[in-house]
Design a protein. Structure first.
Length: 342
């Protein structure tokens, strides 16, 4: 079997496996009593990851360069990145919902690359002069991996918003301390000096005083901290906390990759065009993407935001990533247009 025929077989196999994997994860989510479906879905995701890796490897051997020069190759690289990040997110959350959202997006990307793009765009062609650089692998691969991680993190934020729809909850995520409860200032209707702790919260670190005068001592030490009223069931609350935490961690992985990719691109641009930054549409949207996720992490780490507010910001980042990756090539030409649609 020649390399071109092998690639055609592998891209169709990746699409078919991801389609079946998506169905397995959806069924395992709908029928919790069938846990083996989730295990089968994990196996399917691993097979798809290997198929895409083999496809990119065969492409590399055939063309003689790292396969990131056109839309077909970059789509499969992002699909491979999503399947790889999937295993990281699934291992941290142990939730079927991770595969239920990552499998469809990976399947849709491979379907678009395999079934929608014309044959001319799927074939390997010689690199244009601007891409004949070692920076091709460094810059483009890191950028695409960051897109994959940010997409997965944003999708998990979307699922978090669905799980907690119509609810106002307070979470104790990894980015905000480790106290027993997070203090909601708006719930304190009386001055701190006049609030007393009626019962110490187990494991909260509050001192236990006994004997006369203990109430007076406690009123000077700690305000009364009450847990936020949550109408979610314990199972849904636990799922919401897991999704919020994993989304934050995956975005925390993608953001440094995005930063490194932008810096590498600026260095490459200076070598190729004599300027580190030229406000090309792709560069502008890369900066917008960076600012959106920088605001998300700043809100989580510095401002202490938890729950739905940062999740809405992260969910909006999903569309911003797609505009940066694909939208600017559909809307207009720029220095990054070669090898894509124009």
């Amino acid at each position: 079997m020649d390399l071109v025929a092998l690639q055609n077989w592998l891209d169709n196999a990746a699409f078919a496996v991801l389609f079946v994997t998506m169905l397995l994860y959806w069924c395992s989510t709908a029928f919790a009593s069938l846990p083996y479906l989730a295990s089968a879905g994990t196996t399917g995701m691993g097979i798809a990851n290997l198929c895409i890796a083999a496809l990119l490897g065969a492409r590399w051997i055939e063309a003689g360069y790292f396969p990131l020069s056109n839309l077909y190759e970059s789509l499969f690289f992002i699909a491979w990145g999503i399947t790889a990040v999937h295993f990281l997110a699934e291992s941290m959350s142990q939730s079927r919902l991770v595969g239920a959202v990552t499998a469809p997006i990976a399947m849709a990307i491979t379907a678009f690359a395999t079934l929608t793009l014309p044959a001319q765009m799927q074939s390997a062609e010689p690199l244009v002069p601007a891409l004949k650089s070692n920076w091709l692998m460094m810059h483009v691969s890191v950028m695409l991996l960051s897109y994959a991680a940010l997409m997965v993190g944003s999708l998990l934020a979307v699922v978090f918003l669905i799980v907690t729809r119509g609810q106002s909850i307070e979470l104790k995520g990894s980015s905000v301390g480790t106290g027993a409860y997070r203090l909601n200032r708006s719930s304190l209707s009386t001055p701190i000096a006049s609030i007393r702790v009626e019962e110490p919260v187990a494991g909260s670190g509050l001192p236990e005083f006994t004997g006369a005068g203990s109430t007076a001592v406690l009123s000077a030490v700690k305000p009364m901290v009450k847990p936020a009223a949550v109408s979610l069931s314990p199972q849904r609350l636990s799922l919401a906390e897991s999704l919020d935490n994993i989304s934050y961690r995956i975005i925390g992985l993608g953001f440094p990759l995005l930063t490194i990719g932008i810096i590498a691109g600026a260095v490459w641009a200076n070598e190729a065009w004599g300027s580190y930054w030229s406000w090309d549409p792709k560069e502008t949207w890369a900066l917008i993407t960076w600012l959106v996720f920088a605001a998300y992490l700043h809100a989580r780490i510095t401002r202490g935001w938890q729950g739905r507010r940062p999740a809405i910001l992260a969910a909006s980042g999903f569309m911003v990533v797609w505009v940066c990756y694909l939208g600017v090539n559909l809307l207009g030409k720029g220095l990054h247009s070669y090898g894509w649609f124009f």
